[in-house]
Design a binder for this molecule. Structure first.
Ligand code: AMP
Length: 281
């Protein structure tokens, strides 16, 4: 496994692989890797001849009052884990290599980017889209791997890939959870063991809301999720609602229904979601 810092070098190494007819899979991450990230690396390993994992804490997707400086970083630990999964290249560039100081271009996906996470974190999805567009152009993978953990990010990036015609297949992997149901997240590192227990309220809320949503009672689902979150000690709910999984607007007849929650637990703002199995009537 090789650690690569520059765009020029990654392009050369990917071109070498292409000459050998290897397909290329890219797993974009911000590092502080856990089993959720590694699930995508494993799948990429199964499906591609060359596996590239990017580790880049993207400043563009953090708001001015967010946790950019505190965000967990552990490149040595990450590279050990990635070597264990058989990744080929770790692309870990400096900020300036990806975003030159005179960058004048931003990628924006309208509508979808402005609700829920987008409304609470202005500019967040612009930052995500701009960096992912750049990574796709640098690495030019056949497949790019994302997690359903960040469901709205998946929907936004899906639109970007479709609207701008990126020649890549987006592969979305399921949410990996701790045994107590807590969705794995690099930000869980901010939590004490007591707060980690409290944070299981997010998944419990989703599970409690699911039967309501499955029966078409979306207001009931939202109320039930908020009830569960409010009744948990040390959990401050932000939102809990049912949306159409693709548009992130109101649930649509025949569409996939997604329950989404966000809450603050101690120092961390956490998100989680659950696709609803609709009852056949
Ligand atoms: P991040 O490093 O948080 O930007 O995440 C990198 C990728 O891993 C994104 O596509 C995330 O959606 C995905 N990811 C993060 N947590 C999980 C999880 N618990 N299960 C599956 N995928 C995840």
């Amino acid at each position: 496994m090789k650690i690569v810092r520059t765009t020029a070098e990654i392009r050369v190494l990917v071109a070498d692989a292409r000459r050998k007819n290897l397909s290329v899979g890219l797993v974009p991450t911000m590092g502080a890797l856990h089993d959720g990230h590694l699930s995508h690396v494993r799948r990429a390993r199964e499906e591609n001849g060359l596996v590239v994992v990017s580790i880049f804490v993207n400043p563009l997707q953090f708001g001015p009052s967010e946790d950019l400086d505190a965000y967990p970083r552990d490149e040595a630990g990450d590279t050990r884990l990635l070597a264990g999964e058989g990744a080929d290249l770790v692309f870990a560039p400096a900020t300036e290599e990806v975003h030159p100081h005179d960058r004048a271009t931003t990628v924006t996906v309208g509508g979808l980017s402005e609700v829920l996470e987008g409304a609470r974190r202005p500019g967040h999805f612009d930052g995500v889209c701009t960096v992912v567009a750049k990574l796709l152009n640098i690495v030019a993978p056949d497949r790019v791997y994302f997690g359903q953990k960040d469901a709205q990010q998946v929907a936004v990036l899906g639109r970007m890939v479709q609207d701008l015609g990126f020649p890549v297949e987006m592969v979305v992997g399921p949410i990996v959870r701790e045994s107590n149901g807590l969705a794995m997240s690099s930000r869980n590192a901010y939590l004490s063991s007591e707060e980690r227990k409290r944070a299981t309220a997010l998944f419990k809320a989703l599970q409690a809301g699911s039967p309501f949503a499955a029966a078409g009672d979306f207001a009931g689902a939202s109320n039930e999720m908020l009830r569960v979150l409010r009744s948990a000690t040390g959990v401050e709910p932000d939102y809990a609602t049912a949306v159409d999984a693709d548009s992130f607007g109101p649930p649509e007849p025949g569409g996939r229904i997604l329950l989404v929650v966000a809450a603050r637990v101690g120092p961390a703002r956490l998100i989680d979601n659950l696709l609803v199995e609709v009852e056949n009537t």
